[in-house]
Design a protein around this ligand. Sequence first.
Ligand SMILES: Nc1ncnc2c1ncn2[C@@H]1O[C@H](COP(=O)(O)OS(=O)(=O)O)[C@@H](OP(=O)(O)O)[C@H]1O
Ligand SMILES: [Mg+2]
Ligand SMILES: [Mg+2]
Ligand SMILES: [Mg+2]
Length: 353
Amino acid sequence: MPYQKELKVAELAVQRATLLTKQVFHEKAKGTLSKDDKSPVTIGDFGAQALIIQAIRHNFPQDEIVGEEEASTLRQNKDLTKQIWSLVEGARLDDAEAESELGGPLESTEQMLQAIDAGNSGGGAKGRIWALDPIDGTKGFLRGGQYAVCLALIEDGDVKVGVLGCPNLPVDDSAPLAADVGEHGTDEEGKGVLFAAVQGQGATSRPLSRGSLKPSQSINMKPVKDITDATFCESVEAGHSSHADQAAIAKKLGITRTSVRMDSQAKYGSIARGAGDLYLRLPVSKTYQEKIWDHAAGDLIVREAGGQVTDAEGKRLDFSKGRTLAENKGVVAAPKAVHEQVLTAVMEVLGSK
Ligand SMILES: Nc1ncnc2c1ncn2[C@@H]1O[C@H](COP(=O)(O)OS(=O)(=O)O)[C@@H](OP(=O)(O)O)[C@H]1O
Ligand SMILES: [Mg+2]
Ligand SMILES: [Mg+2]
Ligand SMILES: [Mg+2]
């Protein structure tokens, strides 16, 4: 079967990086900086990006990488660089074989900074490009809520492999999607899941481990018999998607359950395993372009679990346009059988504005 090596490396690399982020999640001081666009980045984001890029470069040296973070501010901040180095140096899976598959540790802080900066590909329509979000939902991560470590392989514009590490989601695929999981979910016992998909091969989940990969099981979206019974997921931050438009769409569909708000691509993973039914992300701003690393893995995992993912106009997400989804506005993810119905409501609400 194609892409087995890519899948294994991606799952192990995401698992190892997720362990690093968990360590930071439990520390009070997370080394937070504010980026030019005012969004936060922490030592966890930088450390996870360095580790994952090192593993990709070791195994697939020809491939390009589109990573969210870059190291320029770190080069002036020796103290923060030291903190990240100590995390990266200590990040090992409890399994020698898995570690050697990932290519072993980085050797110096300079190598680490270079690895972070190797995520600088411009993306595009040709060749093999990995899209990496070392911590998606950084605000959730800082708040003690949901976040995800996200990695996808895009080949000639098509997502072939997608992996999401979600340390604060329940291991159990059938656990209910509680409304407060975003605010109060923590990585205690029974939490921590790794989602994965390969194009044409279905989607899986498995518990996160500290060593080699645990056994996986296949996941599927839940069939929606009656759309009025559906539960939808949306962002926590009102600045990232329009809660008002999403509420109007839910009302139009006759949905009465309150939406579940959670940060990050944990929303894609949740609906793919049948915990929740729909993911709506309607644009707040006319100018914001969604980033490919915020959607590539989740898009494939949902589609391989029996879903359809489009933008608010019904177009498939187009990962071939560079670092952003320049041709798309918003996201509508739903089981295939009801996607059309949901999209019609989306277009009616947006059209009448
Ligand atoms: N204005 C605007 N509109 C839409 N999206 C934006 C916007 N600004 C930022 N972002 C990106 O949102 C990513 C987090 O998305 P979430 O769905 O988790 O949002 S939320 O944090 O729950 O509100 C977040 O990803 P991370 O930076 O990896 O956390 C951002 O890339
Ligand atoms: Mg960010
Ligand atoms: Mg993100
Ligand atoms: Mg991020």
